[in-house]
Design a protein around this ligand. Structure first.
Ligand SMILES: NC(=O)C1=CN([C@@H]2O[C@H](COP(=O)(O)OP(=O)(O)OC[C@H]3O[C@@H](n4cnc5c(N)ncnc54)[C@H](O)[C@@H]3O)[C@@H](O)[C@H]2O)C=CC1
Ligand SMILES: O=C(O)C(=O)Cc1ccc(O)cc1
Length: 366
């Protein structure tokens, strides 16, 4: 039986694990994470079959190793893997949002008997953690692979076959191409989104109402600023060469628009917006990726048909509104984890107290 070892049981590691299990039920999925609560949750949700006590324990008997940690940690994990006695022919891949540093690091840390294929599933969300993992997170998304030039094509095919359940579309490119492209469409926009949020926050002292008015377009353009700061800090540091160049180009662009505005050049301003609209309107629509912000509460419940109405009944009694509710997929079908989403943290805390009062189900926030 093929054994797949997942290092880093978060949103992406958990989603990949689910997708593998769906397509290949006989694969043995073993997981490891530095955070024990993530490991326990992954087991409870049936995302992994078993956990490993250490990377060594899981890696040395694995046929495929998937590293799904923040990119800076991925380098440490690769160094560590390079010191172990791995199976000959093992395939190692990662899911990091940057590729050049990782592929370079893999090529000097790992022995030649193992195959390293860099990977990046280009979908996700601003949520973190294994509880948010979904089997279909990557459906219709692009999944970039950056194999080393010496890797055998059959190894790439073997990895694609294992990952078939993601229903993603695979594209092979060089790490440099990958980092230049994701710099423009993902990493740099992230910096801009964060800077817009800071700009609004600075104005709050002068206009306290600004927060309440910053809805609609502002929320759309800054949604990605709600993502995991550790993950993004690491991505920006890894891709700094590309980003510094993009900064220079962006500053030039901003100077140009500023001039149009200073000169009140209506024609240039119109053309600027009109050209942006034409290009933007021509972008292909993608159904995945954009998951709006929710405040989630988790409740361990026995998996019986009336459980959702029981819980919503208590919440209705206290007039607490919810935005979403669902039982996360479980394999044991004895206990389930109910995920209830709220509009605000205040509602979530009220709901937690309410459920704690009416039931003896365990409630928690991740
Ligand atoms: N979140 C997203 O939308 C996307 C993220 N990625 C990439 O996927 C990777 C993981 O991201 P997420 O799953 O979103 O993060 P996450 O925070 O949900 O999960 C990462 C997990 O790695 C664990 N971890 C950290 N250091 C570790 C170590 N040394 N050994 C074992 N476990 C360790 C953490 O405890 C955590 O559970 C990152 O490299 C990111 O660049 C790629 C595509 C989309
Ligand atoms: O939340 C979103 O829309 C994203 O863009 C998610 C995302 C984050 C990091 C990646 O490397 C790829 C996709």
């Amino acid at each position: 039986m093929e054994k797949v070892f997942i290092i880093g049981l978060g949103l992406i590691g958990g989603s990949i694990s689910r997708a593998i299990k769906k397509e290949h039920p006989s694969v043995q999925l073993v997981g490891y994470d530095i955070k024990n609560d993530q490991v326990q949750m992954a087991k409870k949700l049936g995302i992994i079959d078993q956990s490993a006590e250490s990377i060594k324990e899981g890696a040395e008997s694995a046929d495929v190793i998937i590293i799904s940690t923040p990119v800076e940690q991925t380098l440490n994990v690769l160094t560590f893997l390079g010191e172990l006695s791995l199976k000959e022919g093992v395939i190692i891949t990662d899911v990091g949002s940057t590729k050049k540093k990782i592929v370079d690091h893999a090529s000097f840390s790992l022995p030649k008997t193992v195959t390293f294929i860099g990977g990046h599933p280009m979908a996700g969300s601003h949520k973190s953690g294994v509880a948010a993992a979904k089997t279909h997170l990557f459906e219709n998304a692009f999944y970039i692979l950056t194999p080393g030039s010496n890797e055998r094509p059959e190894k790439i095919e073997q990895l694609k076959k294992l990952l078939k359940g993601t229903k993603a579309q695979f594209i092979v490119m060089t790490p440099e191409e990958h980092d230049s492209i994701t710099g423009v469409i993902s990493h740099f926009p992230h910096l801009i989104a964060a800077s817009l949020v800071h700009q609004a926050e600075k104005k709050e002292e002068m206009f306290p109402i600004i927060k309440r008015l910053a809805a609609g377009g502002f929320r759309d353009i800054t949604r990605i600023a709600s993502s995991n700061p550790v993950m993004w800090r690491d991505i920006i540091v890894h891709n700094h060469d590309v980003l510094i160049k993009l900064f220079d180009e962006w500053i030039q662009e901003m100077k140009q628009i500023k001039q149009f505005i200073e000169k009140l050049d209506k024609e240039q301003l119109y053309t600027y917006f009109e050209k942006a609209k034409t290009y933007r309107d021509g972008l292909p629509e993608r159904e995945k990726g954009a998951i709006p912000s929710f405040y989630d509460l988790y409740v361990d419940v026995p998996d019986y048909p009336g459980v959702i109405s029981e819980i919503t009944g208590y919440l209705a009694k206290e007039e607490i509104s919810i935005t979403n509710i669902r039982i996360l997929e479980t394999r044991e079908e004895i206990f389930g984890v109910l995920r209830i989403s709220f509009q605000s943290d205040e509602d979530r805390m009220k709901a937690k107290q309410c459920i704690d009062r009416y039931t003896n189900y365990e409630t928690y926030i991740l």
